[in-house]
Design a protein around this ligand. Structure first.
Ligand code: GTP
Ligand code: MG
Length: 299
């Protein structure tokens, strides 16, 4: 059964941890280990190869690009993706594999919130993760606890179906969104989240990448939840218009007439309503599209 599993590890300068991870998987009987490296300069490639992994150097830069390239290469029935920074435990891999084999999952997400070690999440990361998870649930109506986890498993169908375009750290969220869009069965399993190795540095910039991930969650709602995508702007216009309208009315009651401002308030409300209606129409289109796709899949 283990020959049918590809262990996929993206790495960028993970010399401190990659050797041990590869060894661990090998000792557990996994022979098919693929390291997709982002042009490391600290000897990661040699350590991974010596430990028995197949190493491919990615084209270009970014974790997203690396994973897309690897997904195109993999042909095994099951793929387990695990970060190479030593924050996830190889010995917990069976939890993910069971969810695929016995639970019928297309995609499994290791939930880091189940048991994080002390200090594994920095305060900023914890805060950012919580906000992004909430944002995701709101936009996609799927209640997933840990959309940014770096420990996942996929069946072959899931990998072939995902249409991925993100090149950086937005890849995890895009993977989850695509799975929701494609109606894949997602199962979360509890995992341990360990602190980063002392010598290893994070490649993620919490603020810059957090904003990019948040924007990705919003941007990809365009075809999934267009009412939200357009509705937000509609709502902003309407609220601004009503606010201005209240001000103008209060002024009028005091005997001051503000004609240009009244026109502006009316315009804001009208534009807001138009954008909202546009969102409603797009929502209807998206709904029809989903129904058509469901019918096509049935045949
Ligand atoms: N191939 C490749 N791997 C990358 C790249 N950037 C990061 N990685 C790897 O992706 C994994 C996750 O990167 P981290 O820096 O740990 O990012 P993170 O886990 O999202 O963030 P932290 O919470 O700070 O650990 C690690 O194994 C990195 O080595 C890249 O550009 N190319
Ligand atoms: Mg990490």
């Amino acid at each position: 059964m283990k020959e049918d599993v590809c262990i996929l590890i993206p790495t960028l300068n993970e010399a401190h941890t990659i050797g041990e991870i590869v060894h661990k998987f090998k000792s557990m009987g996994f022979s098919n280990i693929l390291v997709i490296d982002g042009h490391s300069t600290d000897g990661t490639v040699k350590i991974a190869e010596d430990a028995g992994a197949k190493v491919v150097t990615q084209k270009g830069k970014g974790k997203g690009r690396a994973l897309q390239q690897a997904f195109d290469m993999i042909d095994e029935e099951v793929t387990v993706m695990i970060d190479g920074d030593g924050t996830y435990l190889p010995e917990e891999v069976d939890r993910l594999l069971e969810a695929i084999r016995d639970g019928g999952a297309d995609q499994v997400i290791g939930n880091r919130f189940a048991s994080p070690q002390k200090g594994a999440f920095t305060r900023l990361n914890l805060f950012g993760n919580r906000i992004l998870n909430k944002l995701f649930s709101l936009a996609y109506g799927a209640w997933i606890t840990d959309i940014l986890s770096g420990y996942r498993a996929f069946n072959k169908k899931s990998i072939k179906e995902l249409e991925l375009n993100k090149t950086g750290f937005e890849i995890e969220v895009e993977t989850t969104i695509e799975a929701v869009k494609k109606n894949q069965k997602i199962i979360e399993v509890p995992i341990t989240y360990c602190s980063r190795h002392k010598g290893a540095v994070t490649k993620l910039n919490p603020l810059r990448d957090g904003i990019k991930i948040g924007y990705t969650i919003y941007q990809l709602t365009k075809t999934h939840n267009p009412l939200l995508y357009f509705g937000i702007f509609g709502a902003i216009f309407i609220i601004a218009g009503i606010g201005l309208g209240i001000y103008v009315t209060l002024e009028w009651l005091r005997g001051i007439t503000r004609i240009p401002m009244t026109i502006f308030a009316t315009l804001l409300i009208m534009m807001g309503v138009q954008i909202f209606v546009f969102g409603l129409l797009s929502d209807l289109l998206a709904l029809f599209h989903k129904e058509v796709m469901r019918e096509v899949k049935k045949r």
